[in-house]
Write a protein that binds this ligand. Structure first.
Ligand code: IVH
Length: 585
């Protein structure tokens, strides 16, 4: 039980840290999807182990930590959030719940795009703007009225007839994608610092207290109304959809894609269409929102402590995207393996555009059954390298073309060797094949190996091309004069590289083993190997049977290790390296 308590506590801490970064510092440290998953995990645990539930848990709070520079004011009606689901079955549950509780016969649901910006509540009395508040903790928000002049479409005075005496309007503030891109381009040129997403910049702009600081760059914001919190008279709206039309007549902007639908199928079609159109519209949208149209039914269904029970958001799955394979090219990997790379119709994973995905080896490409013209599902979760998960079978076969395998190495043109055991093609020209050399050197200095910054792919490519460097060993003999022969390297950066090389010669045994780039020996296995031996001598004199005794080392790994340490060239290389480096055992 104690263990569950700790798990819950650690989940709460994680979420609170994220919320602090997000709400106070305006920095996203995890994706929305990861955040939603943490909240879902915590909610399930709190329900199951209710003894450890707490009213202070982030699952019970609607928002935010406040910045201490802005005035805090109460919302008349709490500003709640929306229950978000990624799975269509959860939407079906919502639909059945609404249908079951609907006493009228003609159920209508309003479908809207969920704009990804910042929520704002604006209060009007007798048609005149009083103040504008951020969502804050849901009960009170920060007063940002002084920044409303930046939002181009918020009326100061409401237009038309039958304007309610009191009206608390709710909507989303956002920036156009085109404005965001040009702002970031100009920031890149001037300050090199850019915003990672629209929500951060909108929140920062809305909540700023020092206007001069940022007014150098144009920041046009827009406001789109999606509801209201409170109105007098309280019966002035009977249908959500019609309420939005009235808001339009008062002078607000509403979303032109809002529609009313009566059945599940049409709603799902709206979801699919919205997903397909998402990249073509000029504002960020992260899903759709479905709301019961009847305000009476909304009142009847009511709220829980966080969400209205009459609305739900179905979020777009932005981790899995479908695209088309345009062509397949081939590269040679660090260990000489022929690696197919799929060129894709570019896809955008929340701002990160992916055009090429490695297929690792021929077997993987065959297993997936990829052809030119195939539609494929690409997955990118967190910051992990995107990968093709599977082929979507709907494309017609006559549009697809088989892939011709090369006979020669795409780089050095030597004949490729087919290993009959694992059916992989390999270029055996280890010494003269440039990409193998480049990738091996890059691997040697990478984060989990020697971790020396500044020895990047561009420099290595040039050094190998000019014949200055052939192996990681040669990098340690570089001097300022040779480095300055390389395009884009001036004296200062040459000095930096040399200083870093001189100061980073201490390396743990495990990272050293990993740096050697032995086929299929990653960091975890390198750690296990390092624990097994207490010196380089002991390691290089071991044989197949010794290697098999190491934790998690199987026959294939033992074979790779045996072949690697059998080579006299490799032993010479290791001995030279161990003289230059200070290996920590
Ligand atoms: S309705 C009580 N409708 O999404 C109802 N929200 O993740 C609350 N959002 O806090 C909101 N577009 O800031 C609603 N069409 C829309 C929306 C929308 C964007 C935002 C809103 C909300 C957040 C929840």
């Amino acid at each position: 039980m104690n263990c569950i308590k700790d798990i819950i506590k650690s989940l709460r801490n994680k979420i609170e840290l994220y919320e602090y970064f997000y709400n106070v510092l305006n920095i996203s440290i995890i994706s929305d999807q990861e955040y939603d998953k943490l909240i879902e995990e915590l909610t399930i645990l709190e329900k199951k182990y209710y003894k450890h539930d707490s009213s202070n848990s982030p699952t019970k709070k609607i928002g935010k930590n406040f910045s201490n520079e802005l005035k805090i004011r109460n919302h008349i009606f709490p500003m709640l959030s929306l229950e978000s689901v990624y799975n269509i079955n959860n939407f079906y549950n919502f639909y059945s719940f609404v249908k079951k509780n609907n006493s009228e016969n003609n159920l209508k649901l309003c479908c809207e795009l969920k704009i990804d910006g910042v929520a704002l509540s604006i209060l009007y009395k007798y048609g005149k703007l009083v103040h504008a508040l951020t969502r804050g903790d849901g009960y009170s928000g920060e007063d940002v009225t002084h920044n409303l002049n930046i939002i181009k479409n918020v009326p100061n005075i409401l237009l038309g007839e039958n304007v309610p005496e009191v009206l608390e309007v709710r909507g989303e503030v956002f920036m156009l994608k085109s404005d965001f891109n040009s702002l970031n381009n100009s920031l890149k040129r001037k300050t090199k610092k850019i915003f990672s997403n629209i929500r951060n910049i909108v929140s920062g702009t809305l909540r700023r207290t020092n206007i001069c600081k940022t007014s150098k760059f144009v920041r046009r914001l827009f406001f789109c109304v999606y509801g209201y919190g409170f109105a007098i008279p309280n019966n002035c709206f009977v249908s959500h959809y019609k309420m939005l039309q009235k808001m339009k007549s008062f002078g607000f902007s509403i979303n032109k894609y809002n529609v009313l639908h009566k059945n599940k199928k049409k709603i799902l079609n709206f979801f699919k269409k919205s997903f397909l159109m998402k990249n073509k519209i000029n504002f960020e949208t992260d899903g759709i929102v479905i709301k019961t149209d009847s305000i009476n039914l909304q009142k009847q269904l009511g709220y829980n402590n966080k969400f209205p029970k009459w609305a739900i958001a179905i979020k777009f799955d932005t981790e899995n995207l479908i695209t088309k394979v345009l062509k397949i090219t081939f590269e040679i990997g660090r260990t000489g393996i022929l690696t197919p790379v799929a060129s894709l119709n570019p896809i955008n994973f929340s701002g990160v555009v992916v055009k090429n995905v490695s297929l690792y080896n021929i077997n993987q490409m065959k297993r997936l059954g990829i052809k030119i013209g195939s539609h494929v599902l690409v997955k990118r979760s967190g910051n992990v390298i995107p990968k093709i998960v599977r082929v979507i079978n709907s494309t017609k076969t006559y549009f697809k073309k088989n892939i011709l395998l090369p006979v020669n190495c795409p780089s050095c043109k030597s004949k490729l060797f087919l290993n009959n055991c694992n059916k992989l093609y390999r270029c055996l020209n280890r010494v003269f094949c440039a990409p193998q050399k480049e990738k091996l050197i890059l691997h040697f200095f990478s984060k989990n190996a020697l971790n020396i910054r500044g020895i990047g792919p561009k420099i290595i490519k040039k050094l190998v091309f000019k014949g200055i460097v052939n192996s990681p060993l040669d990098i340690f003999s570089l001097n300022k004069k040779t480095l300055c022969q390389i395009e884009n390297i001036n004296e200062k950066s040459a000095n930096n590289i040399i200083n870093r090389l001189n100061n980073s010669k201490k390396v743990y045994f495990a990272n050293f083993i990993y740096a050697l780039g032995i086929p299929e020996i990653g960091l975890l296995l390198s750690k296990n190997i390092s624990k097994h031996f207490s010196s380089i001598e002991e390691l290089i004199h071991s044989d197949y049977v010794d290697f098999l005794k190491i934790k998690k080392i199987g026959k294939k790994n033992a074979n790779n290790l045996m072949f690697f340490f059998k080579s006299k060239n490799n032993i010479k290389y290791i001995k030279k390296l161990s003289k230059i480096l200070k290996i920590i055992f």
